[in-house]
Design a protein around this ligand. Structure first.
Ligand SMILES: Cc1cc2nc3c(=O)[nH]c(=O)nc-3n(C[C@H](O)[C@H](O)[C@H](O)COP(=O)(O)O)c2cc1C
Length: 178
């Protein structure tokens, strides 16, 4: 069974959550998949300590926190979706910590070739830069990116149009699956 891991990097369960959920639902609407949605705010993830060599030497992280629960999920996933609100034209600290702590997977090439897609949302601007931060992570991990959406919602919550973009992204992901 194809496994979809969807990561939500907002501290809230609002716009990013709804968009990522819509992407994952659209994949599941087209293909038989097993979906897991991870709200990073529910996980206790420390900053990377920059110890420099433990993950390079062992392929593991020596920080014993909730990231240890996510490593096997990431290794098992066939599709990785990451969503982040735009904070100061960048991703949230939650997402950045997650990205930095995924460094052992870079050294073991565990994400290589997996399908990936990014979602960002902003009130006004900077959403493209946040998207580029996630996209660079996918690139550096040698993942297969199928696309991404950078949503501007203004002062309204995401609605039909934005959720339609998310659905289209999910369908694009599904089209790449066996
Ligand atoms: C600390 C912080 C920084 C933000 N920086 C930006 C920004 O640079 N550009 C922007 O358009 N919106 C910015 N916003 C607004 C959020 O991107 C926007 O409300 C987004 O929808 C939040 O996503 P969420 O509803 O999934 O939490 C910021 C919000 C916060 C709390």
């Amino acid at each position: 069974m194809v496994k979809v891991l969807a990561i939500v990097g907002s501290p809230r369960k609002e716009n990013t959550y709804k968009l990522v959920e819509a992407v994952a639902e659209a994949v599941a609407g087209k293909k038989s998949v097993e979906t897991e949605l991870v709200h990073l705010a529910d996980f206790d993830i420390e900053h990377c300590s920059g110890c420099s060599d433990f993950c390079e030497k062992t392929g593991e992280c020596n920080i014993q926190d909730d990231m240890q629960k996510l490593y096997p999920m990431l290794k098992d996933a066939d599709v990785l979706i990451i969503g982040s609100p735009t904070y100061y034209w960048n991703v949230t600290g939650l997402v950045k910590d997650f990205i930095d702590r995924a460094n052992p997977l870079y050294h073991t090439e565990s994400l290589k070739g997996k399908i990936s897609a990014a979602v960002t949302v902003a009130e006004e601007d900077g959403q493209e830069l946040a998207l580029s931060a996630i996209s660079s992570f996918f690139d550096l991990q040698n993942m297969k990116q199928v696309g991404g959406i950078a949503v501007v919602r203004g002062d309204k919550p995401v609605g039909e149009a934005e959720l339609g973009m998310a659905k289209a992204l999910g369908e694009m992901i599904a089209s790449k699956l066996p």
